[in-house]
Design a protein around this ligand. Structure first.
Ligand SMILES: Nc1nc2c(ncn2[C@@H]2O[C@H](COP(=O)(O)OP(=O)(O)OP(=O)(O)O)[C@@H](O)[C@H]2O)c(=O)[nH]1
Ligand SMILES: [Mg+2]
Length: 487
């Protein structure tokens, strides 16, 4: 049995000023706490927030003022003092006139009085050898004696290999400080939810007794909460994929499809079929936007997908311009295409900002040029068309990539922005996975001809999408793969 004091664990975000403590607090809390800005000493008063609560156990997260630059000027004095921490805490500094020292003092006070574990953030965009302040700051925490978990922030776009290199560099640099127990990456802007629980899991490793049990229990609670949001996200994605599977359009007259196929084979165009395809793209685009907006809400973000684009596109709908070379290079350069909306426009010889363009933008410069050359429709029933198998699979990949973008977008980064580029690594992993599941997706696509089965197929789709995403996340973050066993 843990005592009441042991049922609470306290984690303090500590760093040099402007490294990103408040941004990371926002990402973890899914709430716009405090103030985030690109200047020194934005946060001046420590504040604590409930990080997670479960069955009487609580984890508190402190956001603190950052250490200031002129702390270094005191280094010599501190190191020669018999009681450096006591010396700092007894100084009387003015909050306005000595802001930097005042903030340093507040951070030190917080570590001494409140923290069980210090989450010390570093700016990973700089090499540890070039940052002078880190050693002194860690030394001060070492004098207090609280365990330190180091997290790399400001890493840039997700890139596992680069993160490993950075972590090793920091680990080597910090090896001289016994108080530093672990070095990991947790970027406020680009972390994935699948790795967040590690702050609690690592805290458990450096705590003892009842507090350790509390930290373990809260790690499981954190994972359970994120997995339930994962399930909700899958339900939203399933809605879109099922829509794409069953969406059909009627041909204007019997027999036209055959005529059109012949025309297309001869390399000619059919305005009727083009219009039908455009209508289907418009519906798909709208449904995609709705789905991404739902994913944004489920994942604790703010903002809307392509809302601005949709508005401006209405005004600019008539504008056509030549597609610039680099755009074509990007679009044509990737083998397997994604949603074809943008490319339907490209194929027409210009880039209009219609509904299709929105989808094209949503998937982040993705790659449908190959598809755009042909029709992505196939016959369904007597006088209707629906999306082809290839195009259906591309729709699946597209929404998976969008979901990955949402999963990595930290709330501390601000309101949602549609991705401009997909990570090549994500695309590669998703492509490989869908290819490995080729037979399952083929079989699901065939069910699109039997709308009576819809509900049962939706369940199958949800299962298939869940497995696909588990496999994708497990490949991107092998250290977190075990969380899916709890699902
Ligand atoms: N690229 C990038 N920028 C970040 C990240 N985290 C924070 N920033 C930016 O860094 C600046 C400082 O972020 P804050 O969260 O205010 O930093 P802080 O550590 O709380 O700063 P103080 O409260 O002044 O000590 C802001 O411009 C943030 O947008 C990150 O993970 N990546
Ligand atoms: Mg701050």
């Amino acid at each position: 049995m843990s005592s009441p004091a042991e049922k609470e664990i306290v984690l303090s975000l500590i760093s040099h000023t402007n490294v990103g403590k408040t941004a990371l607090a926002r990402t973890l809390l899914r709430e716009d706490v405090g103030e985030v800005a690109d200047s020194a000493h934005v946060t001046v008063v420590p504040e604590s927030y409930p990080l997670i609560e479960s069955e009487g156990c609580t984890a508190k997260l402190w956001d603190t003022p950052g250490f200031g630059s002129n702390l270094a000027k005191l280094a010599k004095r501190l190191r020669s003092s018999g009681n450096p921490v006591g010396w700092i805490l007894h100084q009387v500094w003015d909050r306005t006139q000595d802001k930097s020292l005042w903030c340093s003092q507040e951070a030190i006070r917080n570590v001494q009085s409140d923290a069980d574990v210090v989450l010390y953030l570093v700016d990973a965009s700089q090499s540890p050898a070039t940052i002078g302040y880190v050693d002194l700051e860690i030394e001060i925490i070492e004098w207090i004696g609280k365990p330190v978990l180091v997290f790399l922030n400001q890493t840039g776009a997700p890139d596992a290999e680069r993160d490993q290199r950075n972590e090793q560099e920091w680990r080597d640099h910090l090896a001289r400080h016994a108080i530093v127990k672990k070095v990991s990456t947790l970027d406020a802007f680009t972390r994935c939810w699948t790795v967040e629980h590690q702050i609690l899991a690592r805290a458990a490793e450096v705590m003892e007794g009842g507090k350790q049990n509390t930290a373990r229990h809260l790690t499981d609670a954190w994972i359970a909460r994120n997995l339930s949001l994962f399930d909700e996200s899958i339900a939203a994605i399933t809605g879109l994929v099922s829509f794409a599977l069953y969406d059909t359009a009627s041909l204007p007259q019997r027999g036209l499809f055959e005529k059109v196929v012949m025309l297309v084979k001869k390399g000619e165009n059919s305005r009727e079929l083009e219009n039908i395809q455009k209508g289907m793209y418009a519906r798909l685009s709208e449904k995609t936007r709705e789905t991404v907006n739902r994913l944004i809400v489920i994942n604790g973000l703010t903002g809307e997908s392509a809302a601005e684009l949709a508005r401006s596109s209405r005004e600019a709908i008539a504008v056509k311009r030549e597609v610039e070379e680099p755009v074509m290079a990007v679009l044509g350069g990737v083998g397997s295409g994604l949603l074809g909306g943008l490319c339907a426009d490209l194929a027409a010889g210009g880039m209009s900002l219609g509904g299709g363009a929105i989808v094209g933008m949503l998937v982040g410069g993705a790659t449908t040029y190959a598809l755009a050359r042909g029709y992505n429709l196939t016959r369904s029933g007597n006088n209707t068309v629906r999306w082809t198998e290839e195009h259906f699979k591309d729709q699946v990949k597209s929404i998976i990539l969008l979901y990955l973008a949402v999963s990595h977008f930290g709330r501390g980064r601000g309101t949602w922005q549609d991705p401009v580029n997909n990570s090549a690594r994500w695309q590669e992993v998703v492509d490989a996975r869908v290819t490995a599941e080729e037979a399952d997706w083929k079989s699901l696509w065939k069910k699109g001809d039997f709308p009576a089965d819809r509900e049962r197929i939706k369940e199958r789709l949800a299962k298939q999408l869940g497995c696909l995403l588990e496999a994708v996340f497990s490949e991107l973050y092998p250290q977190s793969a075990s969380i899916f066993r709890k699902r």
